[in-house]
Design a protein around this ligand. Sequence first.
Ligand code: NAI
Length: 363
Amino acid sequence: MAKHTVTLIPGDGIGPELTTAMRRVVDATGVDIEWEVAEAGADVIETYGTPLPESTLESIRRNKVAIKGPITTPVGTGFRSVNVAIRKELDLYACLRPAFSIPGSGARYDDIDLVIVRENTEDLYAGIEFEQGSEDAAELIRFVADRGAGVIRPDSGLSLKPISITGTQRIVRFAFDYAIANGRKKVTAVHKANILKMSDGLFLKVAREVAEEYKDSGVEFEDYIVDATCMQLVLHPEWWDVLVLPNLYGDIVSDLSAGLIGGLGIAMGANIGAECAVFEPVHGSAPKYAGKDMANPTAEILSAMLMLKHLGETEAADRILSAVRKVIGEGTHVTYDIKRSNTGSTEGAVGTQAYADALIAAL
Ligand code: NAI
């Protein structure tokens, strides 16, 4: 029996080619993993009647660890996001997105080393919405008016922003525990509590209470308003350490951080709950590059690096990171996005699998 069994969800768009490259690199480290391939996405609806078959969720629940490629979400119509459904079904409440500089990536900065901890289950992502013109929207608008809480234009659509004590406590504790386990110095809670007093105000109050529990941990605590955070991230990205944010700000600030380190092609991520962990890149399925052997698999491969650390396979994880640093640093065997950032042209770029070959040779 293999030492680890991991659920592998190839996804769609560029997902299958990226997960193939990832699997080749991970296997080449010699780490003993059995990959249990499970399906999800638009292509499986016909077979299973749903984009997220129960058997896929069961596989993750059984193995406790999964890695996935991106999955397309139809815009406007069709099914809700499979990615969000996986996080909800398995209560993967913490989204962990480390962003650190890899010299040669073509980024504007070379001294970034920060970690985004995004709350994954509530806030404006809760999916509690009332359609413009619906009876429910009208009733909610009347309710708000009757309570003297404010006047909402009758032709409004509404999305609720729930933030709870429970959800905030566990995400801020996660951020502190991560900081302690990884030798980090500071946790910053990011919010808009000056304006959103009932939701972000609660987030900040609870974050401060949790910080009190950790006051002897050696990890410093501060809070920052989200707009100022964005400006300071661009001006002084080296200031930041661990940032903990409610869901939507976490989503936006993690793409900002991806931009600081050279783009979505290298931005890794993990969704972690009390029972299971699902690793995935920050980026989506990039349909225009699907099947073209062009997309950059680094984000997928570094997500696997996080997974290996989670599995206790630190040496294999370190070897993969060193190989990525070496190959991107040399700049001769890199995908189009990195080539373009460095030279302004995609000439001389290699394909997804050729880049993976270069990583394997550098392990
Ligand atoms: P996207 O991340 O797929 O693409 C944004 C831009 O980055 C595009 O120009 C794309 O070509 C480029 N890009 C993305 N990944 C790349 C890579 N590995 N190498 C090189 N270039 C890369 O975002 P978009 O276009 O907004 O979404 C496409 C689909 O992906 C949508 O259906 C969306 O819902 C889904 N999505 C899925 C996610 C997931 O599975 N966790 C996360 C984000 C989006």
